[in-house]
Design a protein around this ligand. Structure first.
Ligand code: UN1
Length: 514
């Protein structure tokens, strides 16, 4: 990391200013401006963001709508080349993008590298997949004298509403998927991470993406989000974030008068669990639990929230976990020795602390990491904690931070555990640790979750290798980074032609000549 860190130093003090990047010019000071403060040191101002007004958002939809036929007719090879070029540009700007991830998003260097790797992978994977799907019509069988072809095209205008926890990877994945499939995109990044989003769209325009095809609309949900989801010209929304917000978007899309039936592609929350039986290796379990629950300060939708441990090994697992959590360093994400960085902002910190207070009453604190005020006093930090609780029924919602819940179970209760996990209705990631292959396979089969991991951690799905996404309350599918993702951004057109008719015309013409 040393050469990368030296290069990052040149971006550490730079002030960034983001504003709407629309098909038309937007005057500076044309909207409300917000300061962006650094999550690990609230005294540091990273820059500012000018928010998009309702009027600008609505004009941006006009421009996107007008761009659709032209963009949809642009050869897919050209669209794919632009998207691949963005991947190359992100690699060239790795140090700057990592600095932004860390200063604006509070990300560790290791997380930053993973994040940009994932974004680059999305660009290259979707570019290749788009050429396969949209490159040529599929010929279908039919009777003699008839030809049948299936053609793929874009659907219309997409709004892409993305979260702050993967300010580059998820943001970029949504935008390039929608665009490469032939759809103009209106991208609304999370309020907390507009600067990173702004830099990515600048690079995308540099890569050759027309300014009316991908536009950036920084702002909040009630303003920009509601203009987009209320506009009848928005064909679809691709969204990653909370389940509650996905439901609000779904209702807004459905309520539009005279609009086409909408597409909602949502990747939402989870109540991700791991089951550990008596045959599992406790040291391996703890290493994987630490990563799954506390990497990225637990701010991944894939993160582990509930650890079920069979009673006979529970004390041993908790003892090792206690030791491991004691060793974690919470602090400045720019230092290589830091394991856990800050949570995104003060609202997040307050919410997590309130949940910890509740757990103090209802559960038993079994392991924690201590905060060292010399490294954490100026930022929004939450120390990793693990509480033992009786069951997940009392857990109201996903807690997006470094809080682990532990539940002991007896071997005879395993069916109840599975019912309880499935019964919550979420289904994103899930893990099982066991050296009993039959047990592991059976559990993996019974659990309703999008990504199941056996004897390893449950985060860090790799594009093209582990397509990612949940079911039920956790999302609509299809999986990001998977072979079917682009299909939901596309329309299919079946063209059937009576080829005998042409033959008939030809002979009629020939008759006329005589
Ligand atoms: C998210 O946090 O919204 O598997 C998605 C992972 C990442 C995806 C997380 N690739 O941890």
């Amino acid at each position: 990391y040393r050469p990368l860190m030296d290069e990052m130093a040149t971006f550490m003090d730079r002030e960034y200013h983001a504003r709407p990047l629309l098909a038309f010019d937007v005057a500076e000071d044309a909207g409300a401006r917000r300061d962006v403060l650094c999550p690990f040191d609230r005294r540091v101002r990273v820059g500012s963001v000018q928010w998009t007004s309702r009027d600008q958002a609505s004009k941006a939809v006009d421009a996107a709508w007008a761009a659709f036929p032209r963009w949809d007719a642009t050869p897919v090879a050209e669209r794919a080349a632009i998207v691949s070029r963005l991947g190359d540009l992100m690699e060239e700007h790795l140090a700057e993008l990592m600095t932004l991830c860390s200063r604006e998003g509070g990300k560790l260097l290791t997380d930053g590298v993973d994040e940009i790797r994932e974004a680059v992978d999305f660009c290259r994977y979707y570019a290749v997949r788009a050429e396969e799907l949209f490159g040529s019509a599929t010929r279908l069988p039919g009777p003699t004298g008839e030809s049948n072809e299936l053609m793929m095209g874009g659907k219309g205008v997409f709004a892409a509403i993305s979260p702050w926890n993967f300010p580059i990877a998820i943001f970029c994945g949504q935008v390039v998927a929608a665009a490469v499939a032939g759809n103009p995109v209106l991208a609304k990044p999370a309020e907390q991470t507009s600067l990173a989003a702004n830099r990515i769209i600048e690079l995308l325009h540099e890569a050759g993406m027309p300014r009316d095809v991908v536009q950036l609309l920084p702002g909040d949900g009630p303003t920009v989000g509601s203009v987009l989801s209320g506009d009848p010209r928005i064909t679809g929304v691709v969204f990653t974030g909370g389940t509650d917000t996905a439901q609000i978007i779904n209702r807004a899309l459905a309520a539009r008068e005279g609009a086409p039936l909408p597409t909602l592609i949502a990747e939402t929350g989870g109540m991700n669990a791991m089951i550990v039986d008596s045959t599992a290796l406790p040291e391996q379990v703890v290493a994987d639990v630490i990563q799954s629950a506390f990497q990225s300060a637990g701010q991944r939708c894939s993160a582990l929230r509930v650890l079920y441990v069979q009673d006979v090994v529970a004390d041993r697992v908790i003892e090792i976990l206690k030791g491991a959590m004691d060793e974690l360093h919470v602090g400045d994400p720019r230092h290589l020795g830091t394991d856990v960085g800050p949570v995104i902002d003060e609202d997040a910190r307050r919410g997590l602390m309130a949940h910890i207070e509740t757990l103090k009453g209802e559960g038993r604190l079994v392991a924690e990491t201590r905060l060292d005020p010399t490294h954490t006093a100026q930022g929004t930090f939450v120390a990793p904690v693990a509480f033992e609780i009786d069951g997940i029924e009392a857990l109201e919602r996903e807690q997006f931070g470094p809080i682990l819940h532990i539940v002991r179970y007896r071997a005879s209760e395993i069916d109840g555990v599975i019912d309880s996990i499935n019964g919550r209705g979420y289904g994103l990631t899930f893990g099982v640790h066991s050296r009993n292959q039959t047990f592991a396979d059976e559990i993996a089969q019974k659990i309703r979750a999008g990504n199941v991991y056996i004897n390893r951690n449950i985060i860090g799905a790799v594009v093209g290798v582990q397509p990612f996404g949940g079911q039920g309350l956790s999302g609509t599918g299809p999986k990001a980074g998977g072979p079917h993702y682009l299909l939901r951004f596309a329309t299919e057109k079946t063209v059937t032609e009576n080829t005998a008719a042409l033959g008939g015309n030809a002979s009629l013409l020939a008759l006329g000549d005589e």
